[in-house]
Design a protein around this ligand. Structure first.
Ligand SMILES: C[S@@+](CC[C@H](N)C(=O)[O-])C[C@H]1O[C@@H](n2cnc3c(N)ncnc32)[C@H](O)[C@@H]1O
Length: 224
């Protein structure tokens, strides 16, 4: 058995940090609203805001939500796709969500995940691919930025392959979160080779995180 010693100073710092966190949560209007709407996280309001403005999800849409845990984006996708299909995937475990298929404890980089997604999608093409993924932060901003961009590139590639596990439909939309940094413009150029509309969006609900932004790509370019 391992024993950990926590000094009185460490314990009181931990208590202060927890108290500050709880106070911030109680004061944050998006946290309050998330509780009122029974959303699993405040980030639901980021997707709601982007969707209100850019009309991504329509009744009947097939939506893939990568980095879905705890599931608030999937909740919004279920509400707005009204009878469509929502498939979420995450490294973490997720509670079941009526109206969605949530693939828990799965890494988007792994083949077995792609097979599970293929199974859940039953041959459909995807109208909206969402990625709100966030790798565990290393503490180094530049490294975290590059790691997240490489996850976004990976999701993009999964939508593009001929027998892709998540093939985008002809009018498919790809929304991904990045943390801003040096690779942003290169990644946007790569997206512009595939989509005729690529733009940055920053919802009000993510204003507290200055580095976080979303890239919205629409109108896939048809290749002859
Ligand atoms: C900010 S959270 C997503 C919040 C979610 N959109 C919601 O509203 O409930 C980011 C998620 O990305 C997931 N993630 C990070 N790397 C991943 C990977 N390689 N495969 C799948 N999920 C990943 C994390 O486990 C984490 O749950």
């Amino acid at each position: 058995m391992q024993l950990f010693y926590i000094s009185r100073r460490m314990a009181s710092k931990a208590a202060r940090t927890t108290a500050e966190y709880l106070k911030r949560q109680a004061e944050d209007p998006y946290c309050v609203a998330a509780r009122e709407h029974n959303y699993r996280a405040r980030s639901a309001f980021k997707l709601r805001e982007i969707d209100d403005k850019h009309k991504l999800i329509r009744p009947g849409s097939t939506v893939v939500d990568v980095g879905a845990a705890p599931g608030s984006w999937s909740q919004v996708a279920v509400e707005r796709s009204e009878g469509g299909l929502v498939v979420g995937v995450d490294l973490q475990a997720m509670l079941p969500l009526p109206g969605a298929t949530l693939l828990s404890s799965m890494d988007i980089r792994e083949k077995k995940t792609h097979e599970a997604m293929r199974g859940a999608l039953k041959g459909r093409t995807i109208d909206v691919v969402l990625s709100d993924m966030a790798p565990s932060p290393t503490g180094d901003r530049a490294t975290d930025h590059i790691r997240l961009i490489s996850l976004c590139r990976m999701v993009l590639s999964l939508t593009q392959q001929e027998h892709s596990p998540i093939p985008l439909s002809k009018e498919g939309i790809f929304l991904c979160k990045i943390w801003d940094g040096t690779e942003r413009s290169q990644f946007m150029s790569e997206l512009k080779e595939v989509f005729s509309s690529v733009r940055l969006v920053k919802p009000e609900a993510s204003r507290d995180s200055s580095a976080e932004m979303y890239i919205l790509s629409k109108n896939p370019i048809v290749k002859e």
